[in-house]
Every structure is written in C-alpha cells, then in structure tokens.
Design a protein around this ligand. Sequence first.
Ligand code: CMP
Length: 134
Amino acid sequence: MPERTLFMIKPDAVRKKVIGKIITMVECDFHIVDMKMKRFSREEAEKFYEVHRGKDFFEELVEFITSGPTVGLLLEGEKAVERVRELVGSTDPKKARPGTVRFLYGSSIRENAVHASDSPASAQREISIFFGAP
Ligand code: CMP
C-alpha cells in the first residue's frame, strides 16, 4: 500500500538555490501529491520539532528553521517513509552516504538541507502542521 511522507527543503538549501536539484532527486521515484513554500513562525517551528524540546540544540534549530522559507513536498509511494530517509542520508552530512541529498547539499549537522519524516505517525503529524489539517 502506498505511504505518504513529508519531505522538506530547509532554509540553507533554499539560500543555496538548489531547490530544483533536490526536487529532481525525489520526483523520479515518488509521486508529488502537494508542494508549498512556507516560512515557519516560531510557534509552528517549536511544534514541528516538539520531540527535540529540551535538547541543547533546540533553540538554534528553531532559529535556523525560521530564518527563511522552506519548501515542503507531500510525497507518496511504496514504503515512502523509509525510502525517502535513505535518499536523505545521515543527519550529519559528514557521515552521509555519497549520493544522498545531505551528502551533496548539507553544510553541517544543523544546516543539513532537508528533513524527512521518520515514521508514518510523524509523517501524518508533520503533514498536517505543514499543509494544514485535510
Ligand atoms: P532533522 O532531520 O530535521 O531533525 C532534527 C534536526 O535537528 C536535524 O535534522 C538537524 O537540523 C538538527 N540537529 C540534530 N542534531 C543536532 C545537533 N547535534 N546540533 C545542531 N542541530 C542538530
């Protein structure tokens, strides 16, 4: 059964002008159901990254994600959550497998170009924060 996931291009990648290159990497393998450019408010960013609240990098993560526009793609495909995460690569671009999005376009563990939901439950939650409840 096809699965849905949220794939988000972060402000660092938007600033680098690689939106098109990154979308090209996902559109051949997944169906793009919806797509939107969005600048997070602080409140939305804190909600989106709720699971990281309390960690030492939480404040700088919120600052970064609200620093400019993001581009969200609602992707659909077989095992989309797992397959998109594979394409994204490790959180730290220095440890990401060659050919992955973060290997190619990430700058640091914080400014790592993209985000992808880590489970179907997170996907549902993140899609509704990014695109609004259906
Ligand atoms: P993401 O996959 O969007 O999920 C949480 C984000 O927090 C992560 O990508 C990074 O942008 C950021 N992050 C994770 N670990 C660290 C860290 N140690 N220092 C700074 N930012 C981090």
